[in-house]
Design a binder for this molecule. Structure first.
Ligand SMILES: Nc1nc2c(c(=O)[nH]1)N=C([C@H](O)[C@H](O)COP(=O)(O)OP(=O)(O)OP(=O)(O)O)CN2
Length: 120
C-alpha cells in the first residue's frame, strides 16, 4: 500500500445555496489522499493493471465541473465515494476548499475520510 496525494486540484463549479452562488460558478480546491495498492506498479514498472492517479483525477474533474452542489459536505462526500469505488483503494481522505466562502476568512474547507466498504 502507498499513499498517493493529488494536491490543489483547482476546478470551477456551482457550489453554495445563495442566489448568486446558484447562478455563478466558483473555484474549489481539492486535495485527495488515497491509500492504494501499488504492488503491480513497483513489481512491473508499468501502468497496466496499476492504480492510475490520472484516471481518478479526470473522473473527479468531470464530476465536479458538471455537477451542481449546494453544500460543501455533499460535494466532498461525492468525490470520496468516487475514489472508494476502485477495489485497489483501501482508504481515502478528501479536503475541498471553497476560497472566499466567508467574507472575513480566506477559505473554508470540509475534510472527510473513509475506508472502502468491507475494509475496517
Ligand atoms: N456547513 C455548511 N455551511 C455553509 C455552507 C456549506 O456548504 N456547509 N455554505 C454556505 C454558503 O454557501 C457560503 O459558502 C457562505 O455563506 P454566506 O452567507 O455568503 O457567507 P458570508 O460570510 O459571505 O456572509 P455575509 O452575511 O455576507 O457576511 C454557508 N454555510
Amino acid at each position: 500500500m502507498a499513499i498517493i496525494r493529488v494536491k490543489n486540484l483547482l476546478i470551477r463549479t456551482y457550489i453554495g445555496f445563495n442566489e448568486d452562488e446558484l447562478r455563478n460558478k466558483q473555484d474549489v480546491v481539492i486535495n485527495m489522499t488515497i491509500k492504494a495498492d501499488v504492488d503491480n506498479a513497483i513489481a512491473n514498472d508499468d501502468v497496466e493493471n496499476s492504480y492510475n492517479y490520472k484516471t481518478i483525477t479526470k473522473k473527479v474533474i468531470v464530476l465536479v465541473q458538471e455537477g451542481k452542489f449546494k453544500m460543501l459536505e455533499n460535494l466532498t462526500r461525492q468525490i470520496l465515494d468516487l475514489i472508494l469505488k476502485n477495489p485497489q483503494v483501501e482508504w481515502a481522505k478528501v479536503e475541498v476548499d471553497k476560497p472566499h466562502a466567508l467574507r472575513f476568512a480566506e477559505s473554508v474547507s470540509i475534510e472527510l475520510e473513509a475506508y472502502r466498504e468491507g475494509i475496517s
